[in-house]
Every structure is written in structure tokens, then in C-alpha cells.
Ligand binder design. Structure first.
Ligand code: FES
Ligand code: FES
Length: 177
């Protein structure tokens, strides 16, 4: 048995008596009280368990608990604390709600992390790029159109917020309109 200590959503979390073969997903859900990441297949097939591990989206069901030692992890529970949220839901989360992209919701946590990652890399992705980026996240309910719509909506809102930030900074710096 091992002790696993990791920074999860910006806070240090420790789990004791962890069997080294346990998955990071199990540790997050059952030992650290973070059930947002879902367990749908436990085989790396569905993406519902997607979390950031040191900034890279991974299937938490495929990461051994021991590999998480000392690492930085962000789960869906922490998304709102990442940049762009302004204290409420993250714009990606809000867009999924507004576009009707959440039905049973089982795929949603993983899709949110994957979509967040895509938009951090590419603020204005083409539909084909969105489909490719989310190809590892399976949804049984929505037919994906609403999900595409949600990502487009989030992308537009994030770009508008960024433009607003630049304009505010220019005003603050006395640069005129
Ligand atoms: S539960 Fe991890 S990929 Fe399906
Ligand atoms: S909303 Fe049900 S699996 Fe995607």
C-alpha cells in the first residue's frame, strides 16, 4: 500500500493505503471525494474520466495511482477556477448548458475538460478540429451536434472576453478607444 499526494484543483490532497494498481480515477472519486470525473468504461475508450495531468488531458482510468504522486491534476470540479471563469461556471460549462449539450451528463465532465483544452490551444477551431479534438469522448445521447454548438458558443464567448480584456487594458493604460 502506498500514500499518494498530489495537487488537485490547486489544493494538496493525500490518499493513504492506496493499492499501487488502483487507477487515478478511483483515487479521485473514492478517496479524494471528487466524483465529477465519471467511470463509464474503465478501459480508456469513452473519455468520461478525462482530467488534466500536468496540463495534459488524460483518461484517469488509465493512469495508475502511483503515477499521480507529486503531480498537478485538474478535474471538472476545478474548471471554474481556471482562467476565464470570472468566479462562476467556466464559460465552457455555461455554453454546454446554454446549447443543450447535456442530457444524461455522463460524458459531460470529460467533454468539458477536452473542450477546455482545445480552446486553450486554439481559440477559433474549425468544426473538423473540434470533432477531432473530441473524438476520444463518446456521447450516447446528443448526437454530437449540440456539443459542437456548445464548443462554438464557448469559443465565441471566450474570444469576446479576451477582446474585452485587451480593450479594458488599453483604456486603463490611457491608450484611448
Ligand atoms: S472511464 Fe476512462 S475512458 Fe472510459
Ligand atoms: S449526454 Fe448522455 S452520454 Fe453524453
Amino acid at each position: 500500500m502506498i500514500r499518494v499526494t498530489a495537487t488537485v484543483n490547486g489544493e494538496q490532497h493525500t490518499a493513504d493505503d492506496v493499492w499501487p494498481g488502483e487507477s487515478l480515477l478511483f483515487v479521485l472519486r473514492e478517496r479524494m471525494g471528487l466524483p465529477g470525473s465519471k467511470n463509464a468504461c474503465e478501459q480508456g475508450e469513452c473519455g468520461s474520466c478525462t482530467v488534466y495531468l500536468d496540463g495534459v488531458p488524460v483518461c484517469a482510468c488509465l493512469v495508475a495511482a502511483g503515477q499521480a504522486q507529486g503531480r498537478q491534476i485538474w478535474t471538472v470540479e476545478g474548471l471554474a477556477r481556471l482562467s476565464g471563469s470570472g468566479g462562476g461556471l467556466h464559460p465552457v460549462q455555461q455554453a454546454f448548458i446554454d446549447a443543450g449539450a447535456v442530457q444524461c451528463g455522463f460524458c459531460t465532465p470529460g467533454l468539458l475538460v477536452a473542450a477546455h483544452d482545445l480552446l486553450a490551444r486554439d481559440p477559433d477551431p474549425a468544426d473538423a478540429d473540434v470533432r477531432e479534438a473530441l473524438a476520444g469522448n463518446l456521447c450516447r445521447c446528443t448526437g454530437y451536434e449540440k456539443i459542437l454548438e456548445a464548443v462554438r458558443l464557448a469559443a465565441g464567448r471566450l474570444r469576446a472576453a479576451d477582446a474585452g480584456d485587451v480593450t479594458s487594458a488599453r483604456h486603463a493604460a490611457g491608450a484611448g478607444s
